[in-house]
Design a protein. Sequence first.
Length: 95
Amino acid sequence: MSAVALKKISEPITSLDGTEHLDSLTANGTYHQAMVKNASARMGYPENSVAGLLEVHSPDANMVYQRFTEFWSGRVWHRGSYRGEWKPWVEVATT
């Protein structure tokens, strides 16, 4: 059996300052919210006070996927948008 070489994929991470509603982040990319005081459900976060990392994938003009990983607990949520209509966040179940 031969070893598999892993290739590091690096992309810039954009820091969020708390003024961005997550619904507006539709471009492919990775975003970081470091301050729990800036993360609120009112601004599109899955819950209040969840600092963490948002990954956005937009394969075409109509569909957007978002995955949010909370820093402290590692909890993960996902949601999607089709033609600007966002579905609610769903927490990924862990066992």
